[in-house]
Design a protein around this ligand. Structure first.
Ligand SMILES: [Ca+2]
Length: 467
């Protein structure tokens, strides 16, 4: 009798448990190595450091790649739909999105900041949106933003006197304040930075002396061969050969922008802490991609090296272990399925991501056994946790790195006869996995071109649209 009473009470408690809220903060082109508490010796990120102390920080979270220079678009499509690179619909119109699933499960859903998957998909994902920037790349001080009306349409774009990231943070705070607790909420704040141009409000006090910034350990003046995307817009941000001084100057502005964003993160953390929802809110910080900024002689993210594919990922909240690192491998598109699991939200039927909530309880648990990456038909890669193979089908070239011994991918072992069997096996696995995922690109192109590349003396005229 007592047992029955106890069981009934427990099940009542379980049924009435309030699902956690979610505050998702998403940066644009932020390298994973730009957080002080995770080992960057120069940058100041006191608020991200606060979040690191509260949760699990993933050291091996990745975006999967892109089908064009504007990798922001597929990365967000993967995140929001939970689908892989070969299976995404960049306009987010063919498959139910995760934010929609949260709304359907009873959550109040809200978005602000950068939206890169076309206006029609906004109302298919979120119930409310404010200060949305739906265009391409822009000066964040002059970014035109719109609001989502209840009709599903956008208000005409207007330009706020504030930095877009500050305006979007203001709107997040207003949304948090408007919550009365009658429903759980899902709030999505997408910064337009630290994507270039690295513009912060005039007078922002944090500055970095360029000479104080260490060069990336894999800095090179020029990429050693033609990876198929040597003249894409991002690569034209600095001329060739890249000099240490130019890279340090760029990194000093990039770090300053990250510190500015960190201040906005602090405003969100303070608002959550001061709210009635402090104990029941999951906070996620991530970015859509990394970026090269001088690593391997590259500037952009149109390559498959670690600095471009690895992203910051910090998750904190109820049930998440505090102040731990995890080297579990995951894709960004596994994050929403994980939040769905934590919040009791059923996955949209077409979501393919794998939830890794067990890692949040026990950060020594593994997640994915291997990861696969792609950039157009030009670059494909496989990472099994230790070994990473990058294949360039158009120049018939392969790189092999031992990430355990060589995390900066400095020592290409593809010419080492002792690695021949490993390379053969990894290429076969990469081909099988691409096939299983629906990527029909060949690993050796029909027409092989030379991998030699000579840098132009002058910067060519940008042929790309902004992204
Ligand atoms: Ca981006």
């Amino acid at each position: 009798m007592l047992l029955l009473w106890f069981l009934t009470l427990s099940s009542l408690r379980a049924a009435s448990a309030v699902p956690p809220n979610v505050v998702f903060i998403f940066a644009d082109d932020q390298r994973a190595d730009t957080i002080a508490a995770l080992g960057n010796p120069v940058i100041k990120t006191p608020n991200l450091d606060r979040l690191v102390k509260r949760g699990v920080s993933f050291t091996h979270a990745y975006m999967q790649g892109g089908n064009g220079g504007a990798t922001c678009v597929p990365s967000r499509a993967m995140l929001l739909s939970g689908r892989s690179l070969a299976q995404i619909d960049e306009k987010l119109l063919k498959h139910e999105t995760w934010p929609h699933a949260f709304g359907a499960a009873g959550y109040a859903t809200f978005a602000t900041g950068k939206w890169h998957n076309g206006p029609p998909s906004i109302s298919k994902s979120f119930q409310q949106a404010k200060a949305l920037f739906v265009g391409g790349m822009a000066n964040p001080l002059k970014a035109p933003t719109s609001d989502l009306l209840t009709t599903g349409k956008l208000t005409p774009a207007k330009i706020s006197p504030k930095h877009l990231c500050e305006e979007a943070t203001d709107e997040t705070l207003a949304f948090l304040k408007s919550q009365d607790g009658s429903k759980p909420f899902f709030s999505y704040l997408a910064f337009d930075g630290p994507h270039d141009p690295h513009i912060v409000p005039e007078g922002y006090p944090v500055k970095y002396a360029p000479a104080s910034i260490p060069l990336p350990p894999n800095f090179l003046p020029q990429h050693p061969f033609n990876n198929g995307e040597m003249l894409v817009r991002d690569e034209q941000l600095l001329k060739w050969p890249r000099t240490p001084e130019a890279v340090q100057e760029m990194l000093s502005e990039y770090y300053r922008y990250i510190s500015f964003l960190d201040g906005q993160v602090g405003r969100v953390l303070d608002a959550v802490d001061a709210s009635p929802f402090a104990g029941n809110t999951i906070i996620v910080y991530a970015a859509d991609s990394g970026v090269a900024r001088g690593s391997h002689g590259l500037i952009g993210k149109q390559n498959l090296y670690e600095h471009s594919m690895r992203v910051p990922l910090i998750i904190a909240g109820p049930g998440v272990t505090a102040d731990r690192r995890s080297d579990a491998m995951c894709y960004l598109f596994d994050v929403m399925p994980t939040l769905g699991k934590l919040c009791g939200v059923a996955a949209p039927k077409d979501s393919q991501g794998r939830e890794f909530s067990a890692v949040l309880k026990n950060p020594s648990q593994p997640a994915r056994p291997f990861l696969m990456f792609g950039y157009k038909s030009l670059q494909k890669a496989l990472n099994d946790g230790r070994w990473k193979l990058i294949r360039y089908p158009h120049i018939d070239r392969t790189q092999l790195f031992d990430l355990q011994a060589d995390p900066y991918e400095l020592n290409d072992l593809s010419g080492d006869a002792a690695q021949a069997e490993r390379i053969k096996a990894m290429l076969a696995k990469l081909g099988q996995e691409m096939n299983a995922d629906g990527d029909a690109d060949p690993l050796t192109a029909q027409t092989i071109v030379s991998g030699e590349w000579v840098a132009p003396k002058k910067l060519p005229k940008p042929g790309d649209k902004g992204f």
